[in-house]
Every structure is written in structure tokens, then in C-alpha cells.
Write a protein that binds this ligand. Structure first.
Ligand code: ZN
Length: 256
């Protein structure tokens, strides 16, 4: 067992027993880490209630590489994530990013993923309600990309022809991208027109789109793709929560 410290963001936590709490953090040096914080809920315990979900700081824990649950020592919080507690849409948006990471990240060091996640949370913090979803769509797709599943948008994922000027294609989850209208006849994924395809490309490159048509449909696309590739077909529940806070804006799977 060694004592280690690393930058971390708290993604989820739950009570354990009478006084303890299990924390799940994404760390810069050790990837996804679960720690048991024994006695942290006792009155007067050090660090008690000092940090909420999405707090960022320096975690110190006793680490044994063969063990799944590590032992908490302390969490020196630099940012207590209070802006997420103040705005439910921000909280829901941050939960979506957290769930994407929790669904697929492992205990390996992935500094690109750590940087992307913390930058994404930072971007959400700076937004007011209606714009949070646009940032989540962009950061969500970028996380999917960093995890190794960036969807193919430029050429048909089946025949390889350029999708430029192809009209309405279909999103093919299995193949990992968009296929042209010819290849799409037996594909059941949502129809994707030139505008939605262009928007997806922009989101994947971190471009901030001010107006996104059918944001719920975009959320569903990101969810279904993540569910297929990242979570072992388990639904990612925070998407539904965020969608419920998103105004209905011509919610549909097709575009004409
Ligand atoms: Zn094709």
C-alpha cells in the first residue's frame, strides 16, 4: 500500500453504513478511482460535508493496485462545485458528462480524458440554463471521442463515399457513424440530414452552437450512441433528467 495524491473530480458518492461514504472520482494519474471514506459523516469529522458532487481538488488515498476500493485519506477541495448545486440544469448536464466517464473509464491514467472532463465541467459552470444543453452535447461527443468512439461523419461508414450532398442519411450505431441513403435502407438508426450532420461535426470539434434544432433528439442520439458503445447497453439515466429540463423544440427523429 502506498499513499498517493492526484488531481481529481468527484463524480458520484453514496453513503455506506452509519458514518461512511464511498466516493467515485476521476483522477489525473489513476483514472477512475473508488475510495471508502470511513467515518466521514461523523459529526466533526475532517472534511465532513465540505465537498459536493463535481468538487475538484487534490485527493490523497492509500492505494493498492490489486484492490478496487481504495482507502480515503483526504480531499483538499479547490472548487466545491457550488455552482452546480445552485442550478439544476447545470447539475443535470454535469451528471451526463460524469455518467459517460463512469460508464467506460477504467483505472488507467488518461490525462486527455481528465483534461476534457474538467474543461467540460468548467464550460457548463459558465452557462445559464438554455445554453447548458448545447455545451453538454459538445462536451459529451468530445468525451465519446476521447474514449475512442468518435463517430464517422464525413464519409459513409459502410461504402466510404463522401456524404457531401448525399441528402438524408442514417445514423448507424453498430458501424459507428453515418451511412448514406443507399446504404441506409436497412439501418434502423435515426435519419440524419445535412444540417444535423454539420451540427454534429461542429459539436465534436467543440464549436459552441447558439441554436441547435431538436436538442432533445440530439441528446437522444448521444445517449443511444453512448449506450451502444460505452455502457454495455445499460441506459444512462442522467440523459432523461437533462432532457426533462430541456424545452420541447420540435422533438423528432427525422428532418426534412
Ligand atoms: Zn454508403
Amino acid at each position: 500500500v502506498s499513499i498517493v495524491s492526484t488531481s481529481a473530480v468527484l463524480l458520484r458518492s453514496f453513503n455506506y453504513g452509519e458514518t461512511s461514504r464511498v466516493l467515485r472520482l476521476y483522477t489525473r494519474d489513476f483514472g477512475l478511482v473508488s475510495v471508502m471514506a470511513k467515518g466521514i459523516r461523523r459529526r466533526g469529522a475532517r472534511g465532513r460535508a465540505a465537498f459536493g458532487t463535481f468538487s475538484r481538488g487534490e485527493i490523497t488515498f492509500y492505494r493498492k493496485s490489486t484492490r478496487e476500493l481504495q482507502t480515503f485519506k483526504e480531499f483538499a477541495v479547490e472548487d466545491g462545485g457550488r455552482s452546480f448545486g445552485r442550478d439544476v440544469t447545470r447539475f443535470a448536464g454535469a451528471s451526463v458528462l460524469a455518467e459517460i466517464v463512469l460508464a467506460h473509464a477504467g483505472p488507467d491514467r488518461n490525462t486527455e480524458l481528465f483534461t476534457r472532463l474538467t474543461a467540460g465541467l468548467h464550460r457548463i459552470e459558465s452557462k445559464e440554463s438554455p445554453d447548458v444543453v448545447n455545451v453538454v452535447l459538445s462536451e459529451g461527443w468530445m468525451l465519446v471521442g476521447v474514449l475512442g468512439y468518435e463517430p464517422q461523419l464525413d464519409d459513409c461508414v459502410r461504402c466510404g463515399l463522401s456524404l457531401e450532398g448525399c441528402g438524408i442519411g442514417r445514423f448507424d450505431y453498430t458501424a459507428g457513424g453515418i451511412c448514406c441513403s443507399d446504404c441506409g435502407v436497412d439501418v434502423t438508426g435515426p435519419r440524419i440530414g445535412p444540417l444535423a450532420r454539420e451540427q454534429l461535426g461542429a459539436l465534436l470539434h467543440g464549436v459552441e452552437l447558439e441554436n441547435i434544432d431538436r436538442r432533445r433528439a440530439h441528446l437522444r442520439l448521444l445517449h443511444d450512441f453512448s449506450q451502444y458503445h460505452l455502457s454495455g447497453s445499460k441506459p444512462l439515466r442522467s440523459f432523461a433528467f437533462l432532457a426533462s429540463l430541456t424545452e420541447n423544440d420540435g422533438d423528432g427523429q427525422s428532418e426534412g
